[in-house]
Design a protein around this ligand. Structure first.
Ligand code: NDP
Ligand code: HSE
Length: 428
């Protein structure tokens, strides 16, 4: 056994609490796996006086995160505070103090990962972040290591547990959006500000991280086309059902034929027969397609304290082993620096439900608008409602810009009373 490694924990909320529990409960196994015992040197929180359900001495808690990470002899820092500041400054201070860092902070990595990776490299320490994407699911490591010899061309999946929980409850039980969001928050899935979940910011940050790893290109959250689920209505969910589909918030990162990167997060209808359709509650699932391996699927609990703590501890063991052996693990790989293309260039399909007058020539007028934008229609279904009718149109694949221009023009037609549901279709 080597000498003990000192661990500083930043944050003791939903994730941090389970990190502490696992550190204590699995202490002997962790020591055996690492070759050195781990000693918890301190826990930085906002409110050190708060009564917490963690099996450690109260004296370990402090509000002075900077003091903790710069303390002499700190070997490893776990950052589970979240957000940009003070997390970034504390991680940079930890590197300067010679400590390796494990973080679950996708928001920070997707905003300023470059600064963090450069600082880790400069100080010869590790930065690991398995928990930042997909909770418990081993996903970062397969992309960073197992697939390092392959060429990934697409990553597609459900990467936000909160929104999947909400959409699942709306679809399965007709739950209201607010009711389902409250449940997801109570279960510890939501971000401190759930806007990050429901507006797609959290999934966009994860998509940026996945795209960076998959395509060896630095992709930022601001490069990701982002739409959340706040505009998904009960009508959309019912329209999807009528088509044999389900609505999911998808994150998609793909290489285009001209070797540019497209990254997007938006709700989409997918067929109920698609494997992603059966991803329920706060589970996540991600498909990776690569040239030699073909299609791979990763599935598991995407949020929650214990699942996320499992991923954090896995990284902690790795960086601790590196420490004991006096080596560094892998750093950032952004050598390819591919261009990120705008959403308008993405090839997608649309489902459009139109409330129209039920009279002769309506279908022809609507079809003409699609033709003007060179968007080919795959299916049309018409349902009469007395004087009114509903047209449900699904398109073939076309440039997203052409599809959205088509819908803009449809809205201008006198015969179109309302575009009652509009959503991209994926997974066929
Ligand atoms: P919580 O809000 O539950 O916990 C945050 C913790 O950080 C709290 O202990 C809080 O202290 C502490 N904190 C907040 N501000 C400061 C500060 N200025 N200085 C020191 N400590 C501070 O968040 P989660 O545990 O849910 O999430 C933590 C990280 O893990 C985030 O990056 C999140 O995105 C990520 N993550 C979360 C998952 C989940 O399912 N919850 C899953 C995957 C990743 P106090 O307790 O005193 O308020
Ligand atoms: N709020 C996030 C989610 C936590 O719901 O997926 C896991 O990253």
């Amino acid at each position: 056994m080597s000498k003990p490694l000192n661990v500083a924990l930043l944050g003791c909320g939903a994730v941090g609490t389970d990190v502490v529990r696992l550190l204590i409960e699995h202490a002997d196994d962790l020591a055996a796996r690492i070759g050195a015992p781990l000693e918890l040197a301190g826990i930085a929180v906002r409110r050190p006086e708060k009564v917490r359900d963690v099996p450690v001495d109260k004296s370990l808690f402090t509000a002075d995160g900077k003091g903790l990470v710069t303390k002499e002899g700190i070997d490893l820092v776990i950052e589970v505070i979240g957000g940009i500041e003070p997390a970034r400054s504390l991680i940079l201070a930890a590197f300067e103090n010679g400590a390796s860092v494990v973080t679950a902070n996708k928001a920070l990595l997707a905003e300023d990962g470059g600064t963090l990776f450069a600082a880790a490299e400069k100080h010869g320490v590790d930065l690991y972040f398995e928990a930042a994407v997909g909770g418990a699911i081993p996903l970062v490591r397969p992309l960073r290591e197992s697939l390092a010899g392959d060429k990934v061309h697409k990553v597609l999946g459900i990467v936000n547990g909160t929104t999947n929980y909400i959409l699942d409850k709306m679809d399965s039980y007709g739950a209201s959006y607010t009711e389902a969001l409250d449940e997801a928050t109570a279960l510890g899935y939501a971000e401190p500000d759930p806007t990050a979940d429901v507006e797609g910011f959290d999934a966009a940050a994860k998509a940026a991280i996945l795209a960076s790893l998959a395509f060896h290109t630095r992709v930022l959250a601001s490069d990701v086309h982002r739409e959340g689920i706040t505009d998904v209505t009960a009508t959309d969910v019912a329209s999807a059902k009528a088509m044999g589909c389900v609505v999911k918030l998808l994150a998609i990162a793909e290489l285009s034929e001209d070797n540019r990167v497209g990254v997007r997060v938006h709700p989409a209808m997918i067929p109920r027969s698609h494997p992603l359709a059966s991803v329920r509650e706060a589970y996540n699932a991600v498909f990776v397609e690569s040239a030699a391996a073909g299609q791979l699927m990763f599935y598991g609990q995407g949020a929650g304290g214990a699942p996320t703590a499992s991923a954090v501890l896995g990284d902690l063991v790795t960086v601790a082993r590196n420490r004991v052996q006096g080596i560094r693990g892998i750093g950032e790989s952004t050598y390819a620096q591919l261009e990120v293309h705008p959403m308008g260039d993405t090839r997608t399909r649309y489902h459009v439900s139109l409330d129209v007058d039920d009279k002769a020539g309506v279908l022809a007028a609507v079809a003409d608008v699609f033709a003007q934008h060179d968007v080919s229609i795959q299916t049309v279904r018409q349902e009469g409602r007395g004087e009114d009718a509903q047209l449900v149109i699904v398109t073939h694949e076309a440039a997203d810009a052409a599809l959205s221009a088509t819908v803009d023009d449809l809205r201008e037609l006198d015969i179109v009373r309302d575009v009652s549901s509009l959503m991209r279709v994926e997974g066929e």
